[in-house]
Design a protein around this ligand. Structure first.
Ligand SMILES: NC(=O)c1ccc[n+]([C@@H]2O[C@H](COP(=O)([O-])OP(=O)(O)OC[C@H]3O[C@@H](n4cnc5c(N)ncnc54)[C@H](OP(=O)(O)O)[C@@H]3O)[C@@H](O)[C@H]2O)c1
Length: 276
């Protein structure tokens, strides 16, 4: 049976590929984007099965208008994909206030407000599915990506809580955690002004690795999108899905270490309870 999807950030990368693949298999897509005209080729091919809305996810009023318009025109939307996002690159003190605000407004507040705007519609129609693009960086952290990690760790916490709130309404959630994947993401990085004092630190090392091309991008965008679709189609999808060997290795290492440390601290941890 065909489905109807609502996707943000469809002008490039995973959002665009997802839109292409879903349309090609016969689904209907409400694709939202900032760059008017980016999907003209798909519109010419698929006509009414592609609904296009101009949406900058940092504009909460627009989020509500576009979400309401899509549900109004399409009647029923099965899956929301909160995909729009980008990375802010630089040590925490190198980033400007404006860069930090935009990063949080896009990846974190933008996703939160989008999901809040969609929930009343999903409840009213008796259920639906929310797919949130996080990252391996929603569970681990590299130097120079602190603000990006703050948004991805933040949105994972938000979704984990919301999933419990909305399960009784037939709404479920899926968090996608790709490792570095070949899209426009690296080109689109918002780079902070470097400070010389970080040159000989781990942040400087990561900066040099990125500049020299030594930072390996192992993820294949098409295979990533195929795995996302398969998970989103499942009757009972996993709550989290890590994609790519980088995501597997890094998340596995960090979770094992976190559990080891928790167990090591068990006595001290339990000692903090009240006596009574
Ligand atoms: N590629 C990776 O390595 C990787 C790894 C883990 C997670 N992710 C996540 O995957 C998602 C998609 O990224 P991608 O890899 O496909 O990168 P991409 O090719 O750069 O695509 C990002 C999309 O987000 C859109 N966007 C950015 N800010 C927006 C805003 N304020 N409002 C609406 N749309 C906005 C961009 O639109 P414009 O064209 O208008 O800028 C673009 O369509 C992101 O959430 C990213 O964090 C990517």
């Amino acid at each position: 049976m065909t489905k109807t999807w609502f996707i943000t950030g469809t002008s490039s990368g995973l959002g665009r590929l997802l839109t292409e693949k879903l349309l090609a298999r016969g689904d209907t897509v409400a694709a939202t984007l900032r760059k008017e005209g980016s999907l003209d080729d798909l519109k010419a091919l698929y006509g009414d099965r592609l609904w296009i809305g101009l949406l900058d996810v940092t504009n909460t009023e627009q989020v509500h208008q576009v979400v309401d318009a899509a549900f109004g025109d399409l009647g029923h939307i099965d899956v929301l994909v909160s995909n729009a996002g980008y990375g802010l690159f630089g040590a925490a003190e190198e980033a400007s206030d404006a860069q930090i605000e935009r990063q949080i407004a896009t990846n974190l507040t933008g996703s939160i407000q989008l999901i809040r705007a969609v929930l009343p519609h999903l409840r009213q129609q008796g259920g639906g599915r929310i797919v949130q693009l996080s990252s391996e960086g929603g569970q681990i952290a590299y130097p120079n990506f602190s603000l990006y990690h703050a948004t991805k760790w933040g949105i994972e916490g938000f979704i984990e809580s919301v999933a419990k709130e909305v399960a009784p309404f037939g709404i479920d959630c899926l968090i996608i955690e790709p490792g570095p994947t070949e899209t426009n993401f690296a080109v689109g990085l918002d780079r902070a002004q470097p400070l010389a004092c970080y040159e000989d630190t781990p942040a400087g090392e990561v900066r040099r690795a990125l500049a020299s091309g030594a930072f390996e991008i192992k993820g294949d965008a098409i295979k990533t999108v195929d795995a996302m679709i398969e998970a989103a189609d499942a009757e009972k999808p996993p709550f989290r899905l890590a994609l790519g060997s980088s995501a597997y290795t890094s998340i596995s290492q960090v979770l094992s270490e976190r559990l080891r440390v928790l167990e090591e601290q068990k006595e001290v941890t339990l000692s903090a309870d009240r006596d009574s």
